[in-house]
Design a protein around this ligand. Structure first.
Ligand SMILES: Cc1cc2nc3c(=O)[nH]c(=O)nc-3n(C[C@H](O)[C@H](O)[C@H](O)COP(=O)(O)OP(=O)(O)OC[C@H]3O[C@@H](n4cnc5c(N)ncnc54)[C@H](O)[C@@H]3O)c2cc1C
Length: 475
């Protein structure tokens, strides 16, 4: 006998588990199915984000940043250290512990909010007048009947043709997060967020890291001034970045990996590395969902086809997160999850795609929201720009971290903030103010008139707002 639910969510990543919790909070009888297994075979809800994405990468970024500071920055503070070393297995164990805390936290929240959790693979069986039948294949097979279904099955790493992931020499994000010791040499194909974050972790710990990027420009989605600054800083840190590199062949040998590529000048080159991280994007994950059984439509790139409100082609079937169009970000998935749950409950869920922040957790961090200067130029929109360097910010000087700047773009006539771009310390936290300002359609002057604590990094945001109007308080 099947169990009947108002809502069945397939996938417990940030899109799915948040949708399930919100639906249950709104009084809907809700189930969530997820197939991720922990090392011991038990459930590990949280998806890519919790298990092999946002959370473990930030744990390793933190550990490696402590190591780098201890080796390079502490001396300036008068702190002496002898025999600095890194215990990689311990660092990885800490990361795993952080992941587990998050897995357990989600299971606790499911219980607290009365979400029924099923561990296994969810797949469509059939549709009838009452809704959808969904099978759960796992240790305890079940069949669920759902009045509404939310597909939140996420994404997986895109492999380079001819260089399948073996998670030993050729690594996806999964393998990159559990290299057992610091490799002497590490190659990274793709200079996107994941490549830069993972490359930074292992560079800080002592690996010689070379990044090969196919595009001729570095971080092309980032505001051009911020990207230029980032490229300069990363090169100074020792990250070797080759743009315009066309990969011809990847060969795995006993001792490592040989990457044959043509460089931007057309020369044939070879890069020999102990390990290679391939981070060339992610693909939607719909394998095992049995979308065909009910006629769920996928688009030409394999994403579940949805409208602006995450409705699929089928009545009462929704999809959110990485498996649908839009930025592959955990908080975008979460926002969509909440909005869909609210729509199912008859409320007016809303996601503002213009104010989704982006963050690259390198050091310095890079964060932005809204339009870049090159986008405004391409649109022909009249704008004013203001920027302020952390070099002139008292808190940044006290921290000993004065790299970077805050840059603000505002409409030339109305002064409405159109974009804010930050490279520097704690950019991931600072960007929240800009998101809030843009959500409330603030002008640059509004931000300039808000009292910011002193000394704080956020004063740089205020100064950037003042600079839009060619003013400053700092000099
Ligand atoms: C290394 C790395 C670092 C990242 N860092 C950040 C970051 O700092 N900030 C950020 O915003 N984003 C980051 N991301 C992206 C972020 O992880 C994703 O955008 C986010 O996880 C998408 O959430 P989701 O719920 O759509 O899918 P996922 O998190 O992929 O979850 C999908 C879940 O569905 C399950 N599933 C799939 N099919 C089935 C099925 N048929 N039955 C049952 N279960 C199924 C999967 O096992 C998985 O648990 C990072 C990604 C990576 C790889």
């Amino acid at each position: 006998m099947s169990k009947t639910f108002d809502v069945v969510v397939i996938g417990a990543g940030p899109g799915g588990y948040i949708a399930a919790i919100r639906a249950a909070q709104l009084g809907l009888n809700t189930a969530c199915i997820d197939e991720w297994k922990s090392a011991s075979g038990g459930p590990a809800p949280g998806g890519t984000c919790t298990n092999v994405g946002c959370i473990p990468s930030k744990a390793l970024l933190q550990s490696s940043e402590h190591f780098e500071h201890a080796g390079h920055a502490f001396a300036d503070h008068g702190i002496g250290l002898k025999d600095l070393s890194i215990d990689v297995p311990k660092m990885l164990a800490r990361k795993d512990h952080v992941v587990k805390q998050n897995n357990d936290g989600i299971l606790y929240l499911f219980k607290k909010n009365k979400v029924s959790f099923f561990h296994g693979r969810g797949s469509f069986v059939a549709a009838d007048e009452e809704g959808y039948l969904v099978d759960v294949a796992g240790d305890k097979p079940e069949q669920l009947r759902a009045r509404q279904v939310i597909v939140a099955t996420g994404s997986s790493a895109r492999a380079l043709p001819g260089a399948e992931f073996d998670e030993d020499r050729i690594l996806s994000n999964d393998g990159a997060l559990r290299i057992g010791g610091v490799p002497k040499t590490l190659g990274v194909i793709g200079s996107g967020v994941i490549g830069l974050e993972m490359g930074s972790v292992w560079r800080r710990l002592g690996a010689q890291v070379t990044v090969l990027e196919a595009l001729p420009t570095f971080l092309s989605a980032v505001d051009k001034h911020i990207a230029k600054e980032a490229q300069k800083v990363f090169a100074k840190q020792g990250l070797q970045i080759h743009l315009g590199a066309k990969i011809n062949q990847v060969k795995v040998g006993k001792k490592g990996v040989a990457v044959h590529y043509t460089d931007a000048a057309g020369a044939e080159c070879k890069l020999d590395v102990e390990r290679l991280i391939v981070s060339i994007g992610r693909v939607p994950h719909t394998e095992g969902l049995n979308a065909e059984a009910v006629g769920l439509k996928l688009d030409e790139r394999g994403f579940v086809a949805v409208d602006d409100e995450c409705r699929s082609n089928l009545p009462n079937v929704w999809a959110v997160g990485d498996v649908v169009r839009g930025p592959m970000l955990a908080h975008k998935a979460e926002e969509e999850g909440v909005a869909v749950a609210e729509r199912i409950a008859g409320q007016h869920g809303h996601v503002n795609f213009n104010t989704i922040p982006w963050v690259i957790y390198t050091s310095p961090e890079i964060a932005w929201v809204g339009a870049t200067e090159q986008q405004l130029e391409a649109e022909g929109r009249a704008y004013r720009a203001g920027s302020f360097p952390f070099m002139a910010n008292g808190r940044a000087r006290a921290l000993g971290d004065t790299t970077g700047m805050v840059k603000m773009l505002a409409d030339a006539k109305t002064d409405e903030v159109l974009g804010v771009h930050i490279i520097g310390p704690m950019a991931s936290e600072l960007i929240a103010e800009a998101v809030m300002a843009m959500e409330f359609k603030a002008s640059a002057e509004d931000i300039a008139r808000i009292c910011h604590a002193h000394p704080s990094l956020s004063e740089a945001t205020k100064e950037a707002a003042l600079a839009v109007d060619k003013r400053t308080l700092n000099f």
